[in-house]
Design a protein. Structure first.
Lengths: 572, 343
């Protein structure tokens, strides 16, 4: 493949709440490749500074490639001339704090539920929810509290199209009364996502001094939920309101080749692409474990649902420790010493978000926390999918990214953490954004789709391998199945796997094979006949998981820690 | 980060517009009011319809006040004839401004003390921000803490422990500590915190805190500052020494961690050159640093050298860092991200 574009040298950055990830993409032998990538701390003090963060990354990239990308005065040298400069600068952002929203809805089970689903995109955080269908004085008291502690956005949802409108209009009139003494620029933006017939009366009730927007009804009929347009509007609002609050935004906006984009938006584009491309199957579960928030998204040709929770591996650790009991995190730890230190060490990581793990134990602990952050987010995702919460996922591929997965030198640790958190069933490919470049590639695809595709295909996907989870349960240490791996290059590898264990089989990266599973003991879903699965090797070859689903950890702490040590060894 | 003597400038601004009560050149104490918000009090909803037992639509005709009026506690805001000479009356319970009347409820914004912006930092007003507040300058010792909660407070520093690793125990906190800012090495007992609040202690500074106490701390009405972090790490010696030097001196502390401002200021007479305490100098050989690596958090070391080349960590990746000498004289490579300058 070759590219005719005038854009050849591309600097792509993702500025996160903790780290800034930068990659230099340039044509090599006719196709765009990633020639350098770095992770540097985002400049947070005295405040998040976009330009300072960018300069830090650029310095490191310049050191690596041995040429200047920026001029002496700190501005990008565009276009590239000879050995100096770049042609395009792409920036995605997740450093901005989410929009603080208040939800007003008619009922809990319809309008509020749909509006809440729209707020799970990662750009917003819901601070308050008010149900209008409650006793008048309680309703007034809660609406008055909105004035006392204003959110940045008030979303009014409620009423199916054609239904009654008086309650939402009444709420808007009261908001107008309560906010009358506040200067227009200090008032929250009001978004109306309810009964279409209430749009004009609500606009009239609020008057010209409110920022007011109208989107599609999130619950047009009792059976239909439609949060997409509200979700899009919130994403725009997030970019319009929160990005400019970051120091250096104006300067950066002048330098970039396309408007700054939310990292989540870029990431979704990549997930949808992976799903449509189908190389790893069409049902792709995306996981982004960031410093401040964790996102899970399911794509199946298009994005089906996503869920973001404000828990993460640095600034978001404190919220995680509030959301889950420390014992849930401790259950994933292999030693008593680490279990004892867990609460304090995670607390300190939250206080010093840019501290790097330097010892294997640091990583084990942070990945224990990651398991719980992912588990929590996936529970939310099932609710968004209108399903009952469950612990297992049948997906073709898991596409994961996040700082806590980057320093996992033996990739086995990251793999085990993801296996425990997601508990995939069936055959699943495990993909990692090892260079932290997916959001930027999603943004780049807007102007240079071919370059984005070339880099994604060749450099930005770390294929850890295929996971085959045996569909059954059995007594621990009893032989679960005889395995035969018929390699396409010739030869057969034979092995046994026991219940309660993991097994790694050698299979070269990219090599395909047929895995035959002959059940021996235990209870199997479906028939007990030999089954064949087509598999492909990755960085870790082929991984078989016979621990059962859902994964049951021993109650006894000593036994549980022993199990964690065994599983780590089996994958290493 | 600590500075033994610095010029400290603090902007004291209202969150929403109001009236500024100080002028350029004024010398303020911590308690002095800098500004008061135009509409800072809490908003109260009074259910007039229920109180008068009438339909919300009929409340208007019985109102005795209107939007914009100010009412005093006990003032009649609505009444209706109930039976014969008897009336159903609704009276205001607080001093407040009538914000509006809607759907049978009257919304009253409380006027008074809440929301007053005090100086916090004792010093000279060097700039007035019309309608918002003022900038105050003072000279003193400064310390930024890693964690804090409980708002702002001020009082006399009181060293409660000689050993920077010793806990502040519950029986050290009593009536005699009223009005003081207590300094201990470690916080591990919830009773210490509840007694501090009960006996009118004005603030607590500790080296470390048991993570299980964080929730209780956030519910306290007094500021709690932590210098090292969670766990049982002792307070770093340079910090303990600086605080001991100022035993019995006036200190102001802010636990407002959300704005990165958990800090202690000890106003001192004299001149200082350091104008900017928020930007620590870059690391140099000989500097005393605190290690923040997850498993070494709270240890203090001296920088031996700063290699120009990236070095491998225990996990194998390469990064820029410093070789530091620990108290047991052993040396260790630590990434720059895991170092905090103490002095």
């Amino acid at each position: 493949m070759s590219t005719d574009s005038s854009i050849r040298s591309i600097l792509a950055l993702d500025i996160g709440a903790t780290l800034t990830h930068a990659a230099l993409l340039e044509p090599v032998e006719g196709a765009h490749r990633m020639v350098a990538c770095v992770n540097t701390p985002t400049t947070l003090r005295p405040q998040t500074d976009l330009v300072a963060s960018l300069h830090r990354s650029v310095e490191r990239i310049q050191e690596i490639v041995g040429r200047r990308l920026f001029d002496e005065d700190g501005t990008p040298s565009k276009p590239r001339q000879g050995q100096k400069g770049i042609d395009a600068l792409i920036v995605t952002l997740s450093a901005a704090a989410p929009l603080e929203c208040a939800l007003i809805g008619l009922t809990e089970d319809l309008s509020l539920k749909s509006a809440r689903a729209a707020c799970q995109s990662g750009h917003t955080i819901v601070r308050r929810e008010i149900i209008l269908a409650q006793e008048r004085h309680a309703r007034h008291r809660e609406l008055a509290a909105l004035r006392q502690d204003p959110s940045e956005v008030i979303i009014i949802a409620g009423g199916v199209d054609g239904g009654p409108v008086h309650q939402v209009i009444d709420a808007a009139e009261l908001l107008a009364t309560l906010f009358a003494d506040l200067e227009p620029q200090l008032r929250p933006t009001v978004l109306f996502a309810g009964n279409q017939e209430a749009r004009r009366p609500i606009a009239a009730a609020l008057g010209p001094d409110f920022g007011f927007g109208v989107v599609d009804n999130v619950q047009p009929t009792p059976d239909l939920s439609s949060p997409q347009e509200l979700q899009r509007e919130l994403a725009h609002l997030y970019e319009r309101r929160k990005f400019p609050e970051l120091a250096g935004y104006d300067t950066l906006s002048e330098w970039t080749s396309i408007p700054l984009m939310a990292s989540q938006t870029g990431l979704r584009a990549i997930l949808q692409f992976l799903s449509r491309q189908g190389l790893y199957g069409s049902r792709v579960l995306g996981l982004d474990v960031g410093g401040r928030q964790t996102t899970a998204a399911l794509a199946n040709g298009r994005l089906v649902a996503s869920q973001s929770i404000q828990v993460g591996m640095s600034q978001g650790l404190e919220d995680l420790l509030h959301a889950v009991d420390i014992e849930y995190i401790q259950r994933w730890l292999p030693t008593e010493d680490l279990t004892r230190r867990a609460a304090a060490q995670l607390g300190n990581q939250a206080l010093r978000p840019q501290s790097l793990p330097t010892e294997p134990d640091d990583l084990v602990l942070i990945q224990a926390a990651m398991r719980e952050a992912v588990r929590l987010t996936l529970t939310g995702l099932t609710l968004n999918l209108h399903e009952h919460p469950r612990e297992t996922w049948a997906v073709d591929a898991i596409a994961a990214r996040g700082g806590s997965l980057l320093h996992a030198r033996p990739d086995a640790q990251a793999t085990l953490a993801l296996l425990d958190a997601v508990q995939p069933v069936g055959t699943t490919r495990l993909l990692l954004d090892w260079a932290s470049v997916w959001p930027q590639l999603g943004a780049l695809a807007q102007i240079e789709p071919l370059a984005a595709l070339q880099v994604l295909d060749r450099d930005a996907l770390l294929d850890l391998g295929t996971i085959v989870s045996l569909p059954g349960q059995g007594d621990t240490d009893q032989t679960a199945a005889h395995l035969s791996l018929l390699r396409n290059v010739g030869g057969v590898q034979v092995a046994n796997i026991d219940w309660g264990h993991l097994l790694r089989l050698d299979l070269d990266h990219g090599e395909t094979a047929i895995l035959e599973i002959n059940p021996v003991t235990g209870t199997w879903q479906g028939s007990k006949e030999t089954r064949s699965v087509k598999v492909q090797g990755g960085r870790l070859g082929l991984i078989l998981d016979a621990r059962g689903r859902p994964l049951a950890l021993p109650e006894d702490a000593e036994m549980r820690r022993g199990k964690m040590q065994t599983w780590t060894k089996e994958l290493s | 980060m600590i500075s033994p003597l610095a010029i400290i400038l603090r902007e004291r601004l209202l969150a929403c517009p109001g009236e500024v009560l100080v002028q350029m050149g004024d010398h303020l104490t911590s308690d002095d009011v800098v500004a008061r918000p135009a509409a800072g009090g809490s908003l109260v909803a009074m259910d007039l319809a229920r109180e008068m037992d009438i339909d919300p639509l009929r409340v208007d005709r019985h109102l005795l006040v209107q939007a914009g009026d100010q009412v005093t506690p006990g003032a009649l805001v609505a009444q209706r004839r109930h039976w014969g000479p008897f009336y159903r009356q609704v009276r205001a319970e607080l001093l407040g401004d009538v914000v509006g009347i809607h759907d049978g409820s009257l919304f009253l914004r409380q006027v008074g003390e809440p929301g007053l912006l005090r100086a916090f930092v004792p010093g000279e007003v060097v700039k007035v921000h019309p309608g918002r507040g003022a900038s105050i300058r003072t000279t003193g010792a400064y310390m930024r803490c890693i964690w804090g909660c409980g708002g702002e407070g001020w009082g006399r520093l009181s060293m409660m422990v000689d050993d920077p690793g010793a806990p502040l125990t519950w029986n050290q906190v009593g009536r005699r500590q009223r009005g003081q800012v207590l300094v201990g090495g470690h916080l591990e007992n919830p009773r210490t915190l509840s007694r501090a609040e009960l006996f009118g202690v004005r603030g607590i500074i500790a080296g470390s805190i048991d993570p299980g106490l964080m929730r209780q701390c956030k519910q306290l009405s007094i500021p709690v500052l932590v210098t090292e972090g969670m766990g049982d790490a002792p307070m770093a010696n340079p910090i303990h020494e600086m605080l001991a030097l100022h035993h019995k001196r006036w200190a102001v502390l802010s636990g407002n961690c959300s704005r990165g401002q958990a800090e202690l200021i000890i106003p001192l007479p004299g001149k200082a050159d350091n104008l900017d305490v928020t930007n620590p100098n870059s690391l140099k050989e000989g500097c005393l640093v605190r290690l923040t690596s997850p498993s070494l958090c709270g240890m203090v070391a001296a920088i031996e050298s700063l290699p120009t080349e990236r070095q491998p960590t225990g996990l194998g990746y390469l990064t820029h860092g410093a070789i530091v000498r620990l108290s047991d004289q052993s040396s260790l490579f630590v990434p720059l991200s895991n170092l905090e300058l103490l002095r």
